[in-house]
Ligand binder design. Structure first.
Ligand SMILES: Cc1ncc(COP(=O)(O)O)c(C=O)c1O
Length: 391
């Protein structure tokens, strides 16, 4: 038979896929416009014009379709380094940057480069469940830290207890999927203090993996604090899947802080793992495109209008929810304890949601509002019926 581990993973990782399949069934019965599919974090908006213009400019560029340095085109890496340097106080150059196949590819490359078997990677719940598989891919163990559910920032006492001599990395996903919450500068500085004191206690180095594909999607003037400026051992993993609506183009990067000891060796390891994991290098044409479109982003006002509409209506209907400052998700409390039963009930009203259990945080559910405004508006009566079912 096939790999036992993968067969088990297929069973346990199927929430979003199960919802996707339910959605297809419901759409076949009721018509797609009567189904409110909030299950996928797949940006429906087209990429900004800068992307399309750049594609036209580069499409017939000579030599663009050859093999290249496994780290990617130096001129694009240099542009990314300069942009990151501007928003932090850290000197960076092309030598700190490796272009990757999205953030998912980048995370796998980083984890492969740093983990020894049995080492631990701390994550803040609720979290993007794929981390479990990525960490496991490279022999590590994921250690979730529970949140303070009044803010959905991590519980720092829990963090202190869970750091061990085996802790190799901490993943910070800011703004967070699935809550949309941005961890504040103050909270991040407190986390730094804990990390530094544990590093001294155990004589270890703990890398901060800043997984930040939503960093450009923020509302109400909120700023995402610069992880590079706060933590010495920062490795940024970013992608253009969300900020430029390029999820299918598979383009992102890793940037390792110059403050990391032996950073050149680390970057060599990253390049090597990009190659040997079989990515070889990030898609060449799209490296050029993101280099040209670094300043561009999708329409944030459009996402904000959807967040406001959904949030205001959910509160009116009696849901409890932290108002998110970024990303395109809401994470309200389910109206019963059993979030899985709640999400199943929602299907009766053609609402496709994802249970909090799918993010290591039962009792809640995720709404992904990267859908047309029409879907948002038309879904409200369905949420109303769902709320009534529990009154
Ligand atoms: C928190 C988080 N990290 C990483 C990824 C993977 O992004 P990419 O499409 O760039 O691989 C996602 C995608 O949804 C995500 O939500």
């Amino acid at each position: 038979m096939f790999s036992e581990k993968i067969m088990n993973n297929l069973q346990s990782s199927s929430w979003i896929r199960a919802m996707f399949e339910e959605g297809a069934k419901l759409a076949a019965i009721h018509g797609a416009d009567k189904v409110y599919d909030f299950s996928l974090g797949n940006p429906y908006a087209e990429p900004p014009k800068e992307v399309l213009n750049s594609l036209k400019k580069h499409i017939d560029q000579k030599g663009l379709y050859r093999y290249m340095n496994n780290a990617g085109y130096p001129e694009v890496r240099e542009k990314i380094a300069q942009a990151l340097q501007k928003e932090s106080d850290i000197q960076l150059s092309a030598d700190n940057v490796v272009m990757t196949v999205g953030a998912a590819g980048g995370l796998n490359v980083v984890l492969k480069s740093i983990l020894n078997p049995g080492e631990e990677v701390i994550v803040f719940a609720p979290y993007f469940m794929e981390y479990n598989f990525y960490v496991d891919n490279h022999g590590g163990k994921t250690v979730p830290v529970s949140p303070d559910t009044s803010t959905f920032e991590p519980d720092l006492d829990a963090l202190k207890k869970l750091i061990s001599p085996k802790t190799k990395a901490l993943i910070i996903n800011n703004p967070n999927n699935p809550t949309g919450v941005i961890y504040s500068q103050e909270k991040l500085k407190q986390i730094r203090e804990i990390i530094v004191s544990k590093e001294i206690e155990f004589g270890t180095t703990i890398y901060i993996l800043s997984d930040q594909p939503y960093a450009e999607i923020v509302y109400d003037g909120f700023q995402v604090p610069s992880i590079l400026s706060i933590f010495e051992n920062t490795i940024i993993i970013n992608s253009f899947s969300k900020s430029l609506g390029l999820a299918g183009a598979r383009i992102g990067y890793i940037a390792a802080s110059s403050k990391i000891e032996d950073v050149n060796l680390l970057v060599s390891a990253l390049s090597f793992c990009n190659r040997t994991l079989g990515f070889v290098n990030a898609p060449g044409l799209f490296q050029m495109v993101v280099g040209d479109a670094l300043e561009a982003k999708v329409n944030i006002k459009d996402y904000k209008a959807k967040r406001d509409y959904l949030y205001d209506n959910l509160i009116r209907l009696g849901f409890e929810c932290v108002n998110p400052q970024g990303a395109f998700y809401l994470f309200p409390k389910a109206l019963i304890e059993d979030d899985v039963a709640f999400v199943k009930k929602a299907l009766d009203y053609n609402l496709l949601l994802v249970p909090g259990s799918g993010f290591g945080c039962p009792g809640y559910f995720r709404i992904s509002y990267c859908v047309p405004m029409e879907t948002v508006v038309n879904s409200i009566p369905a949420f109303e019926k769902l709320a009534q079912a529990y009154r």
